[in-house]
Design a protein around this ligand. Structure first.
Ligand code: SF4
Length: 294
């Protein structure tokens, strides 16, 4: 069955703030799924905690809303036991690069076969504006009234250093471009990261859509070599920014930083995971008797 974008909506209307970058990311993912022609039964989604995690109510897909920072462990377990399934993980910057950072690093180095989409708004939006691991250096937030002292986490550099095989950055202000990044990530075999600058219009008054529009440029419009991990790492270091970052001094590349096909995945090296540890139930599944017992 061919799906349309609207078929991936539940009856729940998104509750994200008007103008939030999450709306654009939701739209881009649905467009990518339609373009790929994926049926709802061939993939599953996993969310962590944060504004992005509310998306579990809005996507009409099979999925699981995990604890804070813990979207990756159940996703990895699911992928290991369901070799017939593709897996999409959505996480926030506070969620995935904070509490969940250890899971992220180890998934990169295992080259787990899944796609991770990071909603990187550089702030804790759901909990009303505290500094997150990717908040700009010196930015004042409700939890850092004198400014953030630490340097922000570099998700692209981290994924490159730890062995992920597809690493890209998107911007929620460009849905067609983001859609194509998703299509590439979703069809990549191995660990694919799409870190998306997703402005939080309510709590981050610095890194706005306008701020990014003045700074982003597309790697795919340049002669960028996506096979050079060292060069990609150097590029990832150029985009740290702070309050003095002008459009001229701080240019933000978006697109595919690095892609390596054919790198062994953890699943391929785990023979037990090659065979499904389940038997398909007959469809449609009638779970009413089970529910009565519960
Ligand atoms: Fe989006 Fe920020 Fe509102 Fe959360 S608080 S829904 S991230 S704009």
């Amino acid at each position: 069955m061919g799906y349309e974008v609207k078929d991936f909506n539940t009856a729940n209307r998104p509750t994200w703030c008007p103008g939030c970058g999450n709306h654009a990311m939701f739209e881009a993912l649905k467009r990518a799924l339609v373009e790929l022609g994926w049926s709802k039964e061939e993939f599953a989604m996993f969310w962590g905690i944060g504004c992005h995690g509310n998306g579990s109510d809005f996507h009409d897909v099979q999925g699981f809303h995990a604890l804070h920072g813990r979207s990756l462990p159940p996703a990895i377990a699911y992928r290991l036991t369901r070799p017939d399934q593709r897996v999409i993980v959505e996480m926030g910057d506070g969620d995935g690069y904070g509490l969940g950072l250890g899971h992220f690093v180890h998934a990169c180095r295992r080259n787990d076969d899944l796609t991770v989409i990071a909603h990187n708004n550089q702030i804790y939006g759901l909990t009303t504006g505290q500094a997150s691991p990717t908040t700009d250096h010196l930015m004042k937030t409700v939890s850092t009234p004198s400014g953030v002292l630490e340097q922000p986490i570099n998700p692209i550099g981290l994924a490159l250093a730890e062995g992920a095989s597809f690493i890209a950055r998107g911007f929620a202000g460009d849905i067609p471009h983001l859609t194509q990044l998703y299509v590439q990530a979703l069809t990549h075999k191995g660990f694919a990261l799409v870190d998306v600058f997703q402005p939080c219009v309510t709590w981050n008054k610095l890194n706005t859509f306008g701020w990014f529009r003045e700074r982003v440029y597309k790697l795919d419009e340049m002669d960028w070599d996506t096979s050079d991990r060292s060069k990609a790492f150097d590029l990832s270091l150029t985009t740290f920014h702070d309050l003095t970052c002008t459009p001229e001094s701080c240019r933000v590349p978006i697109g595919v930083f690095y892609c390596e096909e054919g790198q062994p995945t953890y699943e391929e090296a785990t023979p037990a995971s090659q065979e499904p540890g389940f038997v398909h139930a007959e469809k449609p599944r009638d779970v009413s008797e089970l529910m009565m017992r519960l």
